[in-house]
Write a protein that binds this ligand. Sequence first.
Ligand SMILES: Cc1cc2nc3c(=O)[nH]c(=O)nc-3n(C[C@H](O)[C@H](O)[C@H](O)COP(=O)(O)OP(=O)(O)OC[C@H]3O[C@@H](n4cnc5c(N)ncnc54)[C@H](O)[C@@H]3O)c2cc1C
Length: 346
Amino acid sequence: MYQSSDPQRGRSPVASKSESPVSVIGAGIAGAWQALLFAQAGHTVTLHERSGSEMTQSTSHWAGGMLAPWCEAEASEPVIVRLGIRSLDLWRENFPQTPFNGSLVVAHARDRADFERFARLTSGHRRLDARGVSEIEPSLEGRFRDGLFYADEGHVEPRRVLPQLHARLAAAGGTIKFNSDPDPEDIDGIVIDCRGLAARDTQPELRGVKGEMIIVETSEVELSRPLRLIHPRWPLYVIPRGDGRFMLGATSIEAEDTGVSVRSALELLGAAYAVHPAFGEARIIEFGSGLRPAYPDNLPRIAVHNHKIEVNGLYRHGFLLAPALAELTLFYVERGVIDNEVMQCA
Ligand SMILES: Cc1cc2nc3c(=O)[nH]c(=O)nc-3n(C[C@H](O)[C@H](O)[C@H](O)COP(=O)(O)OP(=O)(O)OC[C@H]3O[C@@H](n4cnc5c(N)ncnc54)[C@H](O)[C@@H]3O)c2cc1C
């Protein structure tokens, strides 16, 4: 499945399990998956996180948590789809309770051309007519003439799944240290740097891409899966969070402040109202934003410098890509396998 320079005769393994402990810096989605897969493979793992267990300083705290490789093909390179599809398997294996009940894409009649473009650029979907849309999402009855249903996609709730990953790490024999900000130079063994945007001190090409989101609550709309509304100016997704809560997201702005602008709030709320007027009566629970860590090409990267490995640039796909990136790092460390599309070896 993975491209490699030559998996059989690739580089020598970096370390054996017994000789080199593994320290992962940063317990966001990238670091949590790295730590988990290394611990499950029998390595001695410590995961360090500078903030407390509530993780509000991580971008991952603010994410939608969609696991949508086929939808993302509309605006992403094929490598995102390839790694994303592998990640779905890893989510399924490790978290069998993850909802995999698909994603639904809809558009209003006036945005038909954009809807057809989205259909052309993506695969893995089935077309639904108005009846098909209301069969899978009864709340949307009479609202959309057609839809695209991506049946194999899933989603996780980041604020629930991060603590679950941390607990799973502990169960696999790993250690997690919150409020821990060690200097990598002081650590023996393999260091996997998953600090997200904070890694700019050593990787100045990283930038933050702001994503704003709003959480609302209403008992008048029910959705079973993430819904994307195609719109030329205000593309929106609505993700059900349970208990009548929905995340509305997300903007994508080349800015690094963490406020939510009036314009963005108006656009997100207006688009939600266009999905269903009952959102007009919903209660606003939370506004927030996170900075997606991105390299100039918006692609993820695993950069190896001897025993230090940087995993970063997960941009808008952290939940989608983190499991597959962790597996690639593990294969490199244990077997010397190199994935030419995402790995850089010094
Ligand atoms: C609004 C929004 C919606 C999104 N929706 C989706 C989505 O639906 N699906 C998807 O796949 N992705 C989504 N993303 C993208 C995803 O959130 C990011 O790609 C991902 O969170 C990046 O994860 P990370 O672990 O690299 O960084 P982070 O989550 O930022 O984690 C880095 C961690 O490192 C810690 N740290 C930093 N420095 C140190 C240090 N010196 N010592 C110890 N710890 C340190 C930080 O405190 C932080 O917890 C979304 C992003 C946003 C903003």
